[in-house]
Design a protein around this ligand. Structure first.
Ligand code: AMP
Length: 133
Protein backbone atom coordinates (compact mmCIF):
# COMPACT_ATOMS: atom_id res chain seq x y z
CA UNK A 1 0.00 0.00 0.00
CA UNK A 2 1.41 3.45 -0.87
CA UNK A 3 1.77 6.27 1.65
CA UNK A 4 -0.92 8.18 -0.25
CA UNK A 5 -3.37 5.26 -0.03
CA UNK A 6 -2.73 5.24 3.73
CA UNK A 7 -3.43 9.00 3.78
CA UNK A 8 -6.69 8.57 1.86
CA UNK A 9 -7.75 5.83 4.31
CA UNK A 10 -6.93 8.05 7.29
CA UNK A 11 -4.19 5.69 8.50
CA UNK A 12 -1.64 8.50 8.12
CA UNK A 13 -2.71 12.03 9.07
CA UNK A 14 -3.08 14.73 6.44
CA UNK A 15 -4.53 18.21 6.09
CA UNK A 16 -7.58 17.27 4.02
CA UNK A 17 -8.95 19.93 1.67
CA UNK A 18 -11.55 17.91 -0.29
CA UNK A 19 -12.86 14.39 -0.78
CA UNK A 20 -15.44 12.39 -2.71
CA UNK A 21 -16.00 8.65 -3.17
CA UNK A 22 -13.12 8.21 -5.59
CA UNK A 23 -10.66 11.06 -4.99
CA UNK A 24 -8.90 12.81 -2.12
CA UNK A 25 -7.08 16.14 -1.84
CA UNK A 26 -4.71 17.24 0.93
CA UNK A 27 -2.00 19.80 1.57
CA UNK A 28 1.54 18.97 0.49
CA UNK A 29 3.71 18.43 3.56
CA UNK A 30 6.56 20.42 1.97
CA UNK A 31 4.63 23.09 0.09
CA UNK A 32 5.95 25.37 -2.64
CA UNK A 33 3.44 27.99 -1.47
CA UNK A 34 0.61 28.24 1.07
CA UNK A 35 -2.26 26.10 -0.20
CA UNK A 36 -0.09 23.72 -2.28
CA UNK A 37 -2.39 20.72 -2.63
CA UNK A 38 -2.06 17.14 -3.88
CA UNK A 39 -5.00 15.43 -5.60
CA UNK A 40 -5.06 11.63 -5.78
CA UNK A 41 -7.29 8.74 -6.82
CA UNK A 42 -8.16 6.71 -3.72
CA UNK A 43 -8.27 3.27 -5.23
CA UNK A 44 -5.67 3.34 -8.01
CA UNK A 45 -2.02 3.18 -7.02
CA UNK A 46 -0.46 3.32 -10.50
CA UNK A 47 2.49 5.67 -10.34
CA UNK A 48 2.04 7.17 -13.81
CA UNK A 49 -0.96 9.39 -14.54
CA UNK A 50 -1.10 8.41 -18.20
CA UNK A 51 -1.56 4.75 -17.22
CA UNK A 52 -4.94 5.53 -15.64
CA UNK A 53 -8.05 4.23 -17.37
CA UNK A 54 -9.98 6.99 -19.13
CA UNK A 55 -12.75 7.19 -16.53
CA UNK A 56 -10.36 7.55 -13.60
CA UNK A 57 -8.20 10.01 -15.56
CA UNK A 58 -11.16 12.23 -16.48
CA UNK A 59 -12.61 11.98 -12.96
CA UNK A 60 -9.30 12.95 -11.37
CA UNK A 61 -9.02 16.12 -13.49
CA UNK A 62 -12.68 17.03 -12.92
CA UNK A 63 -12.14 16.71 -9.16
CA UNK A 64 -8.87 18.69 -9.41
CA UNK A 65 -10.75 21.48 -11.21
CA UNK A 66 -13.19 21.83 -8.31
CA UNK A 67 -10.37 21.74 -5.78
CA UNK A 68 -8.51 24.45 -7.74
CA UNK A 69 -11.61 26.66 -7.68
CA UNK A 70 -11.82 26.16 -3.91
CA UNK A 71 -8.12 26.97 -3.48
CA UNK A 72 -8.47 30.16 -5.55
CA UNK A 73 -11.42 31.23 -3.38
CA UNK A 74 -9.59 30.50 -0.10
CA UNK A 75 -5.96 31.44 -0.76
CA UNK A 76 -4.89 34.85 -2.09
CA UNK A 77 -3.17 34.15 -5.43
CA UNK A 78 -3.22 35.20 -9.08
CA UNK A 79 -4.14 31.72 -10.25
CA UNK A 80 -3.66 28.07 -9.39
CA UNK A 81 -0.91 26.29 -11.31
CA UNK A 82 -0.78 22.57 -12.09
CA UNK A 83 2.11 20.12 -12.16
CA UNK A 84 2.40 16.36 -12.46
CA UNK A 85 5.78 14.92 -11.49
CA UNK A 86 5.61 11.69 -9.55
CA UNK A 87 9.39 11.50 -9.11
CA UNK A 88 9.09 10.76 -5.40
CA UNK A 89 5.81 9.07 -4.44
CA UNK A 90 4.65 6.14 -6.66
CA UNK A 91 0.94 6.95 -6.52
CA UNK A 92 -0.55 9.22 -9.18
CA UNK A 93 -1.06 12.76 -7.93
CA UNK A 94 -1.66 16.23 -9.33
CA UNK A 95 0.01 19.22 -7.67
CA UNK A 96 -2.16 22.35 -7.43
CA UNK A 97 -0.07 25.37 -6.44
CA UNK A 98 -1.39 28.89 -5.73
CA UNK A 99 0.77 31.23 -7.81
CA UNK A 100 1.91 34.81 -7.40
CA UNK A 101 4.65 34.40 -10.03
CA UNK A 102 5.68 31.59 -12.37
CA UNK A 103 8.66 30.96 -10.08
CA UNK A 104 6.25 29.61 -7.46
CA UNK A 105 6.05 26.42 -9.53
CA UNK A 106 9.82 25.83 -9.42
CA UNK A 107 10.31 22.65 -7.36
CA UNK A 108 14.05 23.40 -7.01
CA UNK A 109 13.52 26.67 -5.15
CA UNK A 110 13.69 26.95 -1.39
CA UNK A 111 10.32 25.94 0.01
CA UNK A 112 8.67 28.27 2.54
CA UNK A 113 8.29 27.01 6.09
CA UNK A 114 4.61 27.01 7.05
CA UNK A 115 3.63 26.26 10.64
CA UNK A 116 1.33 23.27 11.22
CA UNK A 117 -1.36 25.52 12.71
CA UNK A 118 -1.33 27.63 9.54
CA UNK A 119 -1.48 24.51 7.34
CA UNK A 120 -4.52 23.36 9.33
CA UNK A 121 -6.21 26.76 8.94
CA UNK A 122 -5.52 26.86 5.18
CA UNK A 123 -6.90 23.34 4.73
CA UNK A 124 -10.06 24.22 6.66
CA UNK A 125 -10.56 27.35 4.54
CA UNK A 126 -10.19 25.41 1.27
CA UNK A 127 -12.51 22.64 2.50
CA UNK A 128 -15.14 25.23 3.41
CA UNK A 129 -14.95 26.69 -0.13
CA UNK A 130 -15.05 23.22 -1.68
CA UNK A 131 -18.23 22.39 0.20
CA UNK A 132 -19.92 25.48 -1.29
CA UNK A 133 -19.33 24.28 -4.87
P1 AMP B 1 6.46 13.95 -6.59
O1 AMP B 1 6.25 12.46 -6.43
O2 AMP B 1 7.80 14.26 -7.24
O3 AMP B 1 5.32 14.60 -7.33
O4 AMP B 1 6.52 14.60 -5.13
C1 AMP B 1 5.76 14.07 -4.09
C2 AMP B 1 5.19 15.19 -3.23
O5 AMP B 1 4.51 14.58 -2.14
C3 AMP B 1 6.22 16.16 -2.65
O6 AMP B 1 5.83 17.50 -2.96
C4 AMP B 1 6.15 15.87 -1.14
O7 AMP B 1 6.35 17.04 -0.34
C5 AMP B 1 4.75 15.32 -0.98
N1 AMP B 1 4.55 14.42 0.15
C6 AMP B 1 5.31 13.34 0.47
N2 AMP B 1 4.83 12.74 1.58
C7 AMP B 1 3.75 13.47 1.97
C8 AMP B 1 2.83 13.36 3.06
N3 AMP B 1 2.91 12.38 3.98
N4 AMP B 1 1.83 14.29 3.15
C9 AMP B 1 1.74 15.29 2.24
N5 AMP B 1 2.58 15.43 1.18
C10 AMP B 1 3.58 14.53 1.06
Amino acid sequence: MTIFTKIAKGEIPSWKVAENDSFYAFLDINPLAPGHTLVIPKNVEDDYIFHLDEETYAGLWAFARKVALAIKAAVPCKRVGVAVLGMEVPHTHIHLVPLQTEGDLDFRKEHPVIAPERQAAIAAAILAEYEKL
